[in-house]
Design a protein around this ligand. Sequence first.
Ligand code: SF4
Length: 462
Amino acid sequence: MNGELTAQATNAAIDKGVRQFQGVLSGDDLSHAHKLLSLMLPPHGATVVDAGCGIGETARLMADLRPDLRFVLVNADRHQLDLAPRKFKRLLADYCAMPLPDASADVVMFCYALCDDERAELALQEARRVLKPGGVLFMHEPVNVGGGNVALWSAMCSHLRTPAEIGALAGDAGFALDWSGALCGADQFEVLTGREAADQIWRGVASAVFRLVRRCEVTDAFSRHERVALQFSGGRDSTATLYLLRNFWPRMTVYHVDAGDQFPETRAVVARARAEVEAAGGRFEVIRTDVEASRHEFGLPSDLVPADHTPLGRAVAGDALPIVGRYECCARNIMLPMHERMRADGNTLLVRGQRDSDFATPPLRSGQESGGFEVLYPIQAWTGEQVEAYLRGQGLPIADFYPEGVLRASDCMTCTAWWDDGRAQYLRRFHPKQHQVFIARATQVRDAIDRQRAWLTKEMEA
Ligand code: SF4
């Protein structure tokens, strides 16, 4: 239909009180939207793309019922899009080429949008591109259930697909069927065309609903495991990974360690993530450790450990300041408590925000096993720029220290190790008390290293 005809048909329908241009599955318009939502099952806070949105009435009603959902309306027809609620993001675009980033939506829905469109294959491929792993393709479409669709063809030159044809198309596009059913609902068309004509035109046609899931390595990995753990530090990479897997939140437990010296900026990110995960039916566990007690007992962490300051060295060299390697300190206070808890809870799949570009040689790849877990790294191939763009594009929480030049989200504010974090300048500006603590302790560590280093220099210059 060209733009002018679409505008005429749209206005005529609205004049007759029809605002959702689709078969109504249940009662009035609001009940219909409720029925669709009950079949769609969007996760809490989901981004839902309404592809071919009409005048956005279905999205408007759904948003009334589920205010947590964020709708993006896509329509190639300017007149219809102009009539859609302005509170939603509205995109004048073909649903076969949506101006949306990869993996940015939790649900893509087509409601009487594909119908007989010959480009359905392209549209479903595009839906797959914009969906996150495990994202839902939801279709409420008219289907041919009564033979050759002769009546519809002669009335409107329209030839609908059978449910089996739609299922095959979606399968080819990379979706796995979760649920489908053919449900009646031609009431809207009776209003538009009169009962007799509607009976003629829609003979052999039913409204069918398909709920399909975007297949990928993540869905495959989740299908192999009963219990799944996601390690969450509150840093950029783990935040991107967590939200990329929003559709899996009800099936996973998020683990976070607070060692007692956390940036308040990180704590704010963790608080928001926790609230959203729990609202979506996921579990969020915070494991508390005491890094200050560990520093007193085992020593200050450092990127260099002088021999005289190790436990054995101190036994020989006397009462030197205890110093431990950064990996040992992190293992004791962060990694091991988390690992032990995840094992005790029976998890067998471990999801982390590890990226290849952070390593010269990545220690593990997705699908490999380590310490009793299969590991899954959904953003393994992403660059740092992609992570940043993803977080900003999705409006996700980012700790305030990143824009100020801190490179990594340190687990501990006053840590005397991880010298390449770029943390000290930020501490001095925004957390002066913690900066003083850091400087006092780092001075002790540096003095110890300098003393031991001086012996090496002396030997080399002798
Ligand atoms: S961040 Fe620093 S202080 Fe905290 S556990 Fe790791 S090495 Fe220890």
